[in-house]
Write a protein that binds this ligand. Sequence first.
Ligand SMILES: [Zn+2]
Length: 111
Amino acid sequence: MCDLASGCWLWTGPTTKKGYGDAGHVFNLGPNLAHRITYMLLVGPLARGHALDHLCRTPLCVRPDHLEPVSDEVNTRRMLAAMRRQRAWQQVGQIIRLILYPSLPTDSWVG
Ligand SMILES: [Zn+2]
């Protein structure tokens, strides 16, 4: 399925616990990440010790030009940086809610 807004090709089959597409059963390979399979089919082999970073930040996306092969170290560093940015934006959201709605109980905050 293609998401028209982002251009992502979204996997609609089974997923892994981490939210990635699991295409292994389609190709009778056992568990195997859908984005890795589409990348290898449409682009080529992935170097050993490399992961595919979703540049679109959409784990179900299998579009090869939304994926960048990076070393496992770089992939981990990028993932941690993305988590820090997400936490920072959540804190900004909480501050804005506190300014706009000071009487709203903080346990009703989401995110
Ligand atoms: Zn994408």
